[in-house]
Design a protein around this ligand. Structure first.
Ligand code: BG6
Ligand code: MG
Length: 224
């Protein structure tokens, strides 16, 4: 387990970590499921977190064994419809939608010289980060279109470390989803999980309001 002195940078997931946008993804997918008369379950609610658009629609259709009913063009259309609904939701975002404690944490990490990157599966990440007014904190945002595999594969968090010009072992990855924590572990980074679905993370917090350099350092120490 690393010490805080081994850590040189942070890679942040976006949806459910920097902003409360996970609920918008969920609401948009629920509308698609309703249209297809597919029941929305807790399993779907948790399962769509962290995974990309194509994996999400596959999960939803497979939940009722209907994936094979749809052509590739139809699946594409469903993904576009979901993204249109999602894009309407995110036009309402302002800096007030940054989750509690996050802005202060970004300020603190910047003051202490930790470079930061965004490790999100979302193609909408640059637009959301701009709307939240926090773009200047980040060295870069991973472009999920340029990595070959989404979470839980390591690619997004590996790319996030590369943006920081750091080795994965020098990076803490911050996640709220189970697929995201698996991605951090596969990349060889230290995982910081937030909320009930990220319980497999090496260090864990119930919510973002608990995050600070001191609380992160204390949790890392308690693991030794
Ligand atoms: C992740 C979300 O951050 O981004 C997923 O947790 C979402 O729910 C994924 O499917 C892809 O997002 P987008 O904006 O490219 O459809
Ligand atoms: Mg997330």
């Amino acid at each position: 387990m690393p010490q805080i002195t081994d850590i040189k940078g942070f890679a942040f997931d976006l949806d459910g970590v920097l902003a409360d946008t996970a609920r918008f993804h969920s609401q948009a997918w629920q509308q698609i499921a309703l249209k297809l008369a597919i029941p929305w379950t807790e399993r779907l609610e948790a399962g769509i977190k962290g995974i990309d658009r194509a994996a999400s629609i596959a999960l939803i259709l497979n939940s009722v064994h209907r994936y094979d009913e749809f052509t590739a063009a139809e699946i594409n259309q469903l993904m576009q419809e979901k993204n249109q609904i999602y894009n309407e939701y995110i036009t309402t975002l302002t800096p007030k939608d940054v989750l509690p404690g996050i802005y202060q944490l970004l300020v603190e990490l910047k003051q202490h010289g930790f470079p930061m990157s965004v490790a999100s599966a979302s193609r909408n990440a640059p637009a959301i980060i701009a709307r939240l007014g926090i773009a200047d904190f980040f060295t870069g945002i991973v472009d999920p279109a340029k990595v070959s595999a989404g979470k839980p594969a390591p690619d997004i968090f590996l790319e996030a470390a590369q943006i920081l010009e750091l080795q994965p072992a020098q990076v803490i990855g911050v996640e709220d989803s189970s697929a995201g924590v698996a991605s951090i572990h596969a990349a060889g980074e230290t995982s910081l999980g937030i909320g009930p679905e990220a319980f497999q993370a090496q260090i864990h917090f119930d919510n973002t309001a608990e995050l600070s350099l001191t609380s992160i350092e204390a949790k890392l120490k308690s693991l030794h």
